[in-house]
Design a protein around this ligand. Structure first.
Ligand SMILES: C[S@@+](CC[C@H](N)C(=O)[O-])C[C@H]1O[C@@H](n2cnc3c(N)ncnc32)[C@H](O)[C@@H]1O
Length: 239
């Protein structure tokens, strides 16, 4: 099995316990990170009718956050589409959100048409995308000019310091134990810290976004830089 297929199978295997593990491991704080991201971007679309695509949508939590935040901010959503290659994760999402559209596809080949989206988000997903550069080119293709790509991700730390050591201790020692206990799949939760190590630091990921036609609007770390939010605007075509 190829690396990308193995990653997707791992998410299929942990799909049923994913939401519980997520809430416990982030102590619910991920909700505030998601809310901040949605609110910040939707501020640009008040009274508009927009299309949102959520890539690596998993069990649909980011889609739910887009919907509830849009309602509060007087933004009307014309379409809200989730993309994910894991049928197991999307099955859970469909049960939670029966009215949303889910498409089984990879980030680098979403099957969507050119310039169809005003916003494209990917939360805790880009780290799992093996063909990341192709995916960023695909995001550029799917977004309208001036549209926003919104990425939440665990990035590799840029500096070493006391807080970074605490963060690494939590990610490497505590998280795999708790996640493994909840999901009964320790391997999947050992993959998380190793996938963060294999990913980029925030600055390098900003550089990749810039190279694929995006202008960085915001790059913000949350909770001891455990999670980073990237908001970037499409300013040129990469095709
Ligand atoms: C950590 S989960 C995040 C789910 C959801 N976005 C959230 O915030 O809870 C990562 C998701 O990425 C998906 N994924 C893995 N490889 C992918 C790829 N190449 N393209 C798109 N999604 C992918 C997995 O199936 C999984 O649902």
């Amino acid at each position: 099995m190829q690396k990308q297929e193995k990653i997707v199978k791992m998410f299929d295997d942990i799909a049923k316990t994913y939401d519980v593990a997520n809430r416990v491991l982030s102590m619910g704080v991920d909700i505030s990170w998601r809310k901040y991201a949605c609110k910040k971007v939707l501020d640009n679309f008040t009274h508009q009718n927009i299309n949102i695509v959520d890539v690596a949508c998993g069990t649909g939590d980011m889609m739910g956050m887009w919907q509830s935040t849009a309602q509060k901010q007087n933004v009307s959503i014309n379409s809200l589409t989730g993309i994910d290659p894991s049928s197991g994760m999307m099955e859970v999402g469909k049960q939670k959100f029966p009215n949303f559209t889910f498409i089984q596809a990879y980030a680098n080949d979403t099957t969507l048409s050119d310039a169809c989206a005003d916003i494209l988000s990917i939360s805790y997903g880009i780290r799992n995308v093996v063909e990341r550069q192709k995916a960023l080119i695909e995001f550029n293709r799917v977004l309208k000019m001036g549209g926003y790509v919104v990425v939440l991700e665990f990035t590799k730390r840029q500096q070493s310091g006391f807080l970074s050591k605490i963060r690494d201790f939590y990610l490497q020692k505590i998280l795999p134990k708790i996640g493994g206990f909840i999901s009964k799949n320790k391997e999947a939760y050992e993959y998380l810290p190793s996938s963060i190590q294999d990913f980029l630091d925030a600055k390098s990921f900003c550089d990749e976004l810039k190279e694929t036609g995006f202008e960085i609007i915001e790059c913000k770390g949350f909770s001891m830089e455990i999670s980073t939010l990237f908001i970037a605007k499409k300013i040129k075509e990469t095709k």
